[in-house]
Design a protein around this ligand. Structure first.
Ligand code: MOS
Length: 771
């Protein structure tokens, strides 16, 4: 290897840098935090879904052994509502009135020396209610309907006329069940006050939002709150909002003047940290006889909490899904007496794509056209609303390569025509897509005299692998081996990072880390600019290669010096630079692409010249359906993914497998059920069934596509991409296997057998395949 050749670690399947800690049990999650003098808070949930608290009797609980405090709305101080973040408003603060808005709402909190004592005393708290009739149906005349400013109605062309004039029209109602995020790790908060400063270990995807929300609640400066979460565990969106229990843990610590740990129970996880709301969606398509889409109408209604604001993205992906001249969408939320919905992997886009991609399959049947051919024919070669070319779009390659890998050409179009042993075999396909998203992000990077680097940002890692991928990026940008680079996150005293959500963190944080590391190298270049003692004197960023923990003059094998030597000669212990990402399509002074240690100026397409594209997927699914029992097995999945530049194919692949697993759960298993009285019927993983290893069989992931042109890093979000379209691909495969079109998730045995009764979960009778 020539002295100026380096090999990038980015793009290689590096093992997780935190993997060893995790498997050794040495990674510290919020639930693991133990502090001297720690006491325990336990929450008492409402047993009614709607009404007012009449009376809370706390005497027996207060007298119980070990009890330090019993806190209710009667004795709680006023707690201010936290600020709105870029992902919307927070839920209302707890214990501020006697109103009960949902089953499981926290109505009292017991703090005791041990968790057992707190549990025992919590059972002694007696709450009586003035119950109201809960609002549990979209048809309830008392239900208020809201159209959110974040999801305005959308219109292009004249949809009613285009639908009426269409040669072929497909119009159906699709429903999706409420789903609940079920990370195995229970959400926990450990809070400790020192005078007027608060330290909180919290299961969150957004430490800075927790900081700001707690500061608002307790009327202190945000700098007085430190939020720590070096390891989150899973969250899937449940950690995006600042939930009441986090505030209550801090309140318990303030009242008792002791550090407090609060851990939600599994049942409380279903009522306290959000869920994917149920939806009813009307999807109408119009097309010409040869399969050209002429109209798309997508009208969704979904649940929202009684006094909550949550951004609704159900119709978001429909606007630019296909090249179609006439499109209209409307998304309405209906207030229900239900545990507050929140975000769950690809919120809205997972549900919306089920309706859209099922309808496209139905249209292909009505036209007698191959479903891939139909999608290819209507591919949006440019952004359908703005007509701008995409910043990147490899969806056609996803269809082509995915179909080839899957063996789509062996599919016999007629439903019920393929069998294996006694099983009906079905092949299904669907398009997946996730909108582009890259919020602002900052980072800070240091190189120390011992030759190591420490790069950090107040982000989180819920599993996708920022620890690993940011270490790799920094190593390449600085020309250091990964073993000499440490990446830190999960601390609100670090520079502000956005939430790990919207699949935007790799782009946001990656571009910030990249820009910050480039600035750090530039700072070293500046340091040696007039340095007579350095072989690098007068070098420029464009003329160097970073490698072996230092800087090499690219054309001069003798011109090399390590960062450590530069620091030593200048009497410095370290050099530290703070930086931030440039927004997509823009540049800052540090906007360069680092490739094999070289710094190459980066120029994005000029603003307004390109539409910023998100990720794309083509999912291919083989299901096996037992014709007698109606059981559905996903035997095989091939997903071809356009995720832009893939920084680590191993961690990226894991994210896709995770999204597919959750898509299988959404399609076949997961359903959060409230009974007729508004109480939660699914309170454990025995009643709420998620996909387990046995449900996720042969999964093949192909990465297709090129770096996106909008940012130096060229990444696109993949964390949520794989669940979009996945449920539709399975439903389409079930139709192909059985001839039964199930338009209601989950696809239960009853629906497959066409024996479901009841209105909301009605199975649609089998229809014939093609015209
Ligand atoms: Mo995801 S629902 O943006 O954590």
């Amino acid at each position: 290897m020539s002295p100026t050749t380096t090999v990038d670690v980015v793009g290689t399947p590096l093992d997780r840098v935190d993997g060893r800690l995790k498997v050794m049990g040495a990674a510290t999650y919020p639930i693991d935090v133990i502090l001297p003098g720690l006491v325990y808070a336990v929450l008492v949930p409402s047993t009614v879904p709607s009404g007012r608290i009449r009376h809370i009797t706390v005497d027996a609980a207060e007298r119980a052994p070990g009890v330090l405090a019993v806190i209710t709305h009667v004795n709680a101080p006023p707690l201010a509502h936290g600020p709105v973040t870029e992902i919307g408003p927070q839920p209302l603060p707890p214990f501020q009135s006697d109103a009960v808005l949902h089953y499981g709402q926290h109505v009292a909190m017991v703090v005791a020396e041990t968790r057992e004592q707190a549990n025992a005393a919590a059972a002694l708290v007696e709450v009586t209610y003035h119950p109201d009739t809960p609002v549990l149906s979209f048809d309830d005349p008392r239900a208020s309907r809201i159209s959110h400013a974040w999801t305005p109605d959308y219109k292009r062309g004249d949809v009613p006329s285009a639908l009426a004039a269409a040669d072929v029209q497909v119009s159906h109602t699709y429903t999706t069940a409420a789903n609940t995020n079920n990370p195995i790790g229970l959400f926990a908060t450990v809070a400790a006050w020192d005078g007027d400063t608060l330290t909180v270990h919290d299961t969150t995807q957004y430490p800075h939002a927790v900081r700001d929300s707690l500061a608002a609640a307790f009327g202190i400066h945000p700098a007085g709150v430190r939020v720590l979460v070096p390891f989150v565990g899973g969250a899937f969106g449940a950690g995006l909002r600042v939930w009441p229990h986090t505030t209550l843990a801090a309140l318990a610590a303030r009242v008792t003047r002791r550090p407090v740990k609060l851990v939600l129970t599994r049942a409380q996880m279903f009522t306290s940290v959000g869920h994917r709301p149920n939806t009813v969606q009307q999807l109408s398509l119009g097309a010409s006889r040869d399969g050209q889409l002429t109209a798309i109408e997508h009208v969704s209604t979904s649940s929202i909490g009684m006094a909550d604001e949550l951004i609704n993205l159900i119709t978001y992906g429909t606007v630019h899904a296909y090249a179609c001249p006439s499109v209209s969408t409307r998304a309405t939320q209906i207030r229900q007496s239900i545990p507050i919905p929140g975000w769950m992997r690809a919120p809205g886009e997972a549900e919306g794509s089920f309706a859209m991609e099922s309808a496209i399959d139905e249209l292909s049947c009505a036209l007698g056209m191959d479903p891939i051919e139909l999608r290819v024919k209507n591919h949006a070669h440019v952004h359908p609303a703005s007509s701008l070319p995409w910043s990147s779009n490899a969806l056609l390659e996803c269809y082509r390569q995915g179909a080839k890998r899957f063996g789509w050409s062996t599919r016999i179009a007629e439903p019920r025509s393929m069998r294996s042993g006694g099983q009906l075999v079905g092949y299904g396909v669907a398009r997946g897509a996730l909108g582009a998203y890259q919020p602002p992000c900052k980072a800070i990077a240091s190189i120390h005299r011992d030759g190591t680097a420490f790069v950090r940002s107040g982000a989180t890692d819920i599993g996708p692998g920022p620890y690993t991928v940011m270490t790799m990026l920094a190593a390449d940008c600085l020309g250091m081996p990964v073993e000499h680079v440490r990446f830190g996150l999960g601390d609100s005293t670090m520079p502000k990072a956005p939430q790990e959500g919207g699949s935007g963190l790799t782009g946001a944080l990656g571009n910030a880390v990249h820009a910050t590391c480039v600035s750090l190298v530039r700072a070293f270049v500046n340091l040696v600019h007039d340095d007579e003692g350095s072989p690098l004197k007068g070098c420029r960023l464009e003329g160097i290669t970073v490698r072996n923990g230092g800087i090499q003059i690219t054309d001069d094998p003798a011109g090399f010096e390590t960062y450590a030597d530069i620091l030593t000669r200048h009497g410095l212990d370290e050099l530290t630079i703070e930086g931030e990402s440039a927004p997509p399509g823009e540049t800052s002074s540090a906007t360069m692409i680092v490739q094999s240690g070289r710094f190459i100026p980066f120029t994005p397409p000029s603003t307004g010249a390109r539409a910023h594209a998100g990720g794309y997927a083509a999912h291919f699914v083989e299901v096996h359906v037992d014709p007698d029992l109606g059981t559905v097995r996903v035997a095989r999945v091939v997903s071809a993914i356009d995720g832009g530049r893939i920084l680590n194919p191993k961690t990226a692949r894991s994210q896709i497998i995770g999204g597919i697993a959750m898509g299988i759960g959404m399609a076949l298993l997961e359903e959060t059920v409230l009974d007729r009285t508004g109480r939660l019927a699914t309170t454990s993983l025995a009643e709420y069934v998620v996909a387990a290893n046995a449900d996720v069989r042969d999964v093949d992931v192909l990465f297709v596509g090129e770096p996106d042109s909008m940012t130096p890093l060229g990444t696109k979000g993949v964390g949520e991409l794989a669940i979009t379209g996945m449920a539709a691909a399975i439903a389409n495969a079930v139709y192909h296997a059985t001839g039964t079109r199930v338009r209601s998730l989950p696809i239960s045995i009853e629906k497959v057998l066409g024996q479901e009764s009841g209105s909301s979960l009605e199975a649609v009778p089998a229809t014939t395949a093609s015209a």
